[in-house]
Ligand binder design. Structure first.
Ligand SMILES: NC(=O)c1ccc[n+]([C@@H]2O[C@H](COP(=O)([O-])OP(=O)(O)OC[C@H]3O[C@@H](n4cnc5c(N)ncnc54)[C@H](OP(=O)(O)O)[C@@H]3O)[C@@H](O)[C@H]2O)c1
Length: 265
């Protein structure tokens, strides 16, 4: 089992949802935290809630669409931490718009946040891990990174791109004491659908009914941490929707029939 106590763990998107739940559970296991996201107030609230675990918590505001700011942020993190042991690339934004109607600007934004920003941060941290000769990188992808799903063309494309990037990174750092875990959640109860981008880039501002019936965020975070500690490479997390992953893999014709019948939400 990989050790978390007294290790430094950098979590993006730590102000809400899965990232916040991970911050609580990492702190409970004695990890020191670096919390990132755009909304500093929410990060401060998370910091206050986990203070009783008496681990060190640093807030590093990041907008993943502004990668030009990364070098300064990385040197700030290096100054205050002897090592970065775990990176959890959790920040992300989804979509609720038909492929043929989604503007190019929205597609680019989905790629900037979910792929390019995430990859830029990962590259910087992976180079630090190569120097320190140890580290663990997690990417929170999605079931939509395993197969396409209505209304999520750009999101699914970005998450598929992450799968390819992180599989390659894993192969390249194999043998260098750096491990890569790809997590593909199904439906988890968070506000992700509220923040989803519509075809014109405005926020969906609605909770999908399916989302509300999803797995609790605490159980999801627990399963992610278990997969990290067991040094797994690829994990799919969720309820019955996860069956779609196996049907896609083992019985593609049934998958193609089913996905046409799904009422897209
Ligand atoms: N919930 C699900 O059903 C589900 C399913 C599959 C995959 N996922 C993935 O799980 C991850 C976490 O999502 P969640 O469900 O916990 O939703 P969430 O609560 O909306 O969390 C998304 C986080 O990403 C951060 N973020 C968004 N844009 C950003 C940017 N430009 N720069 C930096 N941070 C940014 C947000 O923080 P700020 O607003 O403070 O920046 C927020 O904390 C995402 O990668 C998502 O794709 C979720």
């Amino acid at each position: 089992m990989l050790v978390l106590k007294n290790k430094t763990c950098w979590i993006t998107g730590a102000g809400s949802g899965i990232g916040e739940a991970l911050a609580h559970q990492f702190a409970a296991k004695g990890a020191n935290l670096i919390l990132s996201g755009r909304n500093v107030n929410r990060l401060e609230m998370v910091k206050n809630k986990i203070e009783h675990h008496q681990t060190r918590v640093q807030i590093v505001p990041i907008d993943l669409t502004k990668t030009e700011n990364l070098p300064a942020l990385i040197s700030e993190v290096k100054q205050q931490n002897n090592s970065i042991d775990y990176l959890i690339n959790n920040a992300g934004v989804t979509q609720r718009a038909l492929a043929c109607e989604t503007s190019e600007a929205v597609l680019r934004r989905l790629m900037e946040v979910n792929f390019f920003g995430t990859v830029a941060l990962t590259k910087a941290v992976a180079n630090i891990m190569l120097q320190q000769q140890s580290g663990h990188i997690t990417i929170i992808s999605s079931l939509a990174g395993k197969f396409g799903f209505p209304l999520r063309s750009g999101y699914s494309a970005a998450k598929h791109a992450l799968q390819g990037y992180f599989e390659t990174l894993r192969a390249e750092v194999a043998g260098k004491n750096i491990n890569v875990l790809i997590v593909s959640p199904g439906r988890i109860q968070t506000a992700i659908s509220q923040n989803a981008l519509l075809k014109d880039g405005t926020a969906h501002q609605q909770s999908d009914p399916g989302q509300a019936k999803g797995m609790s965020v605490d159980i999801c975070a627990k399963k992610i941490i278990k997969a990290i500690q067991k040094n797994q490479k690829d994990v799919v997390i969720g309820g019955s929707e996860v069956l779609m992953f196996y049907i896609r893999k083992w019985c593609p014709p049934l998958f193609f029939w089913l996905v046409r019948k799904v009422k897209a939400t």
